[in-house]
Design a protein around this ligand. Structure first.
Ligand code: NAD
Length: 488
C-alpha cells in the first residue's frame, strides 16, 4: 500500500508520491520523520522511521531475493536497468520537481541531476554484460590461472541529501549490474526522491527484495545492526568524512568490504596565462552547481598575482547577478541551503574569515525570511589559516587566495586532509598537466568547471574516500574476484 500526500503541483504520475518503508516489494506506510521544504521551512511530508527490526527484515528480503538475482542472466539484469533509465528519463520533470522541493536546489540543477542520475542506469546496463575475467599461465608452468568475478553479496547503500537521485543510482546501478541485492538508506532530509525511484524500479521490473529502501532517525543503530549481520558483505557510503571514519570502524568488526565517497575541499587554480572569461565560466559552474552544496565544489580559489584582481572583479560581478529564491521558481538560479544549521555554519565561516582580515566583495550575511537562504558571496585576502581554508564550506561562498609561483600553488592545493577533486586553468596544457600530477586528488579538471561523468571513475584520495564509483571499475566494487588454479 502506498501513502500519498499533496506535495504541490507538477506531478503527472501519482506513482511518484510513493512513501513508506519499501521491503520485499511491499510499501509500509508510517510516520516519524518530517520532511521539510528548505525554501519555506514548511513540512512537506511525514515518512516512516525504520527500527533495527525493520532493518533486519530488509536484510531477510535482500537475502531471499539474492539467489535468483545473481542467477538472472546479465542481459536480463541489463534490460531492467535500461528500462529504469528510460522511466527516469520519461519522468524527468516530475523527479526534478520532487528533488527541488525536498532539497531546495534550483530546478535547473535538479534537471541536471536527474539526467546525470539516470545515466548511471544506462551506463551499468551496458557494463552488466561486460564483467571482466582473466586467464593466465602460472609462471612456474605448473597450472593455469583463471579469475572470475562473483557478486559480493548483500550491499548496504547509504546516501547524503545533496544529490538524492544521483548518489543512489551511482550505487544501485553497479550493484544490480554485478548481481547484488541492496538496502538503500537515503538521508532523512531527502527520502521522497528515493521512494519515487524505488517505485520506478519496480515498474522497470526489479524483482521484490532486490532493492529495499529504509528511512530512519537512528542511522547508527540501524546500520550497525545490518553490518553486524554476516549476510551483509558490502557497505557503500557517500557522506561526510567524519561519519565515514565511524562506519569504517564498525565495518571492521565483521570485515565488511567498504567503498567510501567522503568530503572534499577542492582547490581551483587559475594561472596568469589562463583564458579569463573561460576561467570565470568554469569557476561559476565549479562553485555554484547545487548552490555550492557539492563534494566537488570549488572551495578554495588560488589565483596567480597577475590575474588575481581581474578574476575577483569578474567573479564578484557574476555572483552578485545570480537570482536567489525558492528552488521550484523558474527564475531561481540559487536555491536555499538544506537546513538552518547549514546557514549558521556558513555564516560562522564567513564572519570569522572577515574578522581575520578577509575582504568581502558581495553577499556575506544570511538572507531574511522563512527559508534557509544564504547569498552568493565573494571574499579575497582570506588568510590561509582561516577555518574556511580547511573546512568544507558547502555553500555559495567563493574564498579567493593569491599565489605567486607554481610550486606555491601546488603546496597550497595539497594543504588539506581531503583529496577528492581539483581544477586547474592555464593556457599551457603541459603546465596544467604537470600541476595536476602534483596535486593529491582523485579527480582533476583541466580548463573545465565540471568533471562528473558516469563513464569516468569518481572518487577521492587521502581522507576523501576509498574506491571509485562509475566508469569501468565501479562494478568491481560490488564483486569478489575468485581465482581458480586449474591443471588442464
Ligand atoms: P552525513 O555524513 O552527515 O550523512 C550521510 C548519510 O549518512 C546520511 O544518510 C545519514 O543519515 C547517514 N549517517 C549519519 N550518521 C550515520 C551513522 N553513524 N551510521 C550510519 N549512517 C549515518 O553527510 P551529509 O551531510 O548528508 O552530506 C554531505 C557530505 O557528503 C559532505 O561532506 C560531502 O562532501 C559528502 N559527499 C561526498 C560525495 C562524494 O562522492 N565523495 C558526494 C556527495 C556528498
Amino acid at each position: 500500500m502506498t501513502q500519498t500526500t499533496t506535495l504541490g503541483q507538477g506531478y503527472a504520475d501519482p506513482a511518484l508520491h510513493a512513501q513508506g518503508l519499501y521491503i520485499a516489494g511491499n510499501w509500509r506506510p508510517g510516520s516519524g520523520i518530517p520532511v521539510i521544504n528548505p525554501s519555506t521551512a514548511e513540512v512537506l511530508a511525514d515518512v516512516p522511521d525504520a527500527s533495527v527490526a525493520d532493518a533486519l527484515r530488509a536484510v531477510d528480503a535482500a537475502e531471499a531475493a539474492a539467489a535468483n538475482w545473481r542467477a538472472t542472466p546479465a542481459r536480463q539484469r541489463a534490460e531492467i536497468l535500461r528500462r529504469w533509465f528510460q522511466l527516469m528519463t520519461d519522468h524527468a520533470e516530475e523527479l526534478a520537481y520532487l528533488i527541488s522541493l525536498e532539497n531546495g536546489k534550483a530546478l535547473t540543477d535538479a534537471r541536471g541531476e536527474v539526467a546525470y542520475a539516470a545515466e548511471f542506469f544506462r551506463w551499468y546496463a551496458e557494463e552488466a554484460v561486460r564483467i571482466p575475467g582473466e586467464f593466465r599461465h602460472a609462471p612456474s608452468g605448473a597450472n593455469h590461472i583463471l579469475v572470475d568475478h562473483d557478486p559480493i553479496g548483500i550491499a548496504v547503500l547509504i546516501t547524503p541529501w545533496n544529490f538524492p537521485a544521483a548518489m543512489a543510482t551511482r550505487k544501485i546501478g553497479p550493484a544490480l549490474a554485478a548481481g547484488c541485492t541492496v538496502i538503500l538508506k537515503p538521508a532523512s532530509e531527502t527520502p521522497l526522491t528515493a521512494y519515487a525511484m524505488a517505485r520506478l524500479g519496480a515498474q522497470a521490473g526489479v524483482p521484490p527484495g532486490v532493492v529495499n529502501v529504509l528511512t530512519t532517525t537512528q542511522p547508527a543503530a540501524v546500520t550497525n545492526a545490518m553490518l553486524a549481520d554476516p549476510r551483509v558483505r558490502k557497505l557503500s557510503f557517500t557522506g561526510s568524512t567524519a561519519v565515514g571514519r565511524t562506519l569504517l570502524a564498525v565495518a571492521a568488526q565483521t570485515v565488511v568490504s567498504c567503498s567510501m565517497e567522503l568530503g572534499g575541499n577542492a582547490p581551483f587554480l587559475v594561472f596568469d596565462d589562463a583564458d579569463l572569461p573561460a576561467a570565470l565560466d568554469g569557476a561559476m559552474i565549479a562553485k555554484m552547481r547545487n548552490a555550492g552544496e557539492a563534494c566537488t565544489a570549488a572551495n578554495r580559489f588560488y589565483v596567480q598575482a597577475g590575474i588575481h584582481d581581474a578574476f575577483v572583479a569578474g567573479l564578484t560581478e557574476r555572483m552578485a547577478a545570480l537570482q536567489v529564491g525558492p528552488g521550484i521558481k523558474a527564475q531561481t538560479q540559487v536555491g536555499p541551503m538544506i537546513t538552518k544549521n547549514a546557514v549558521s555554519k556558513i555564516d560562522h565561516l564567513v564572519s570569522s574569515a572577515i574578522a581575520q582580515g578577509a575582504r568581502l566583495h558581495t553577499g556575506g550575511k544570511p538572507l531574511p525570511g522563512n527559508g534557509y537562504f544564504y547569498p552568493p558571496t565573494v571574499l579575497d585576502n582570506v588568510p590561509t589559516d582561516a577555518d574556511m581554508a580547511h573546512a568544507e564550506v558547502f555553500g555559495p561562498v567563493a574564498a579567493v587566495y593569491r599565489f605567486e609561483t607554481e610550486a606555491q600553488a601546488i603546496a597550497l592545493a595539497n594543504d588539506t586532509e581531503y583529496g577528492l577533486a581539483a581544477y586547474v586553468y592555464s593556457g599551457d596544457l603541459s603546465r596544467a598537466l604537470r600541476v595536476g600530477k602534483g596535486i593529491e586528488a582523485g579527480m582533476i579538471a583541466i580548463n573545465r568547471g565540471l568533471m562528473s561523468d558516469p563513464a569516468a571513475p569518481f572518487g577521492g584520495a587521502k581522507q576523501s574516500g576509498l574506491g571509485r564509483e562509475g566508469g569501468v571499475t565501479g562494478i568491481l566494487e560490488f564483486m569478489e574476484p575468485k581465482y581458480y588454479a586449474v591443471d588442464f
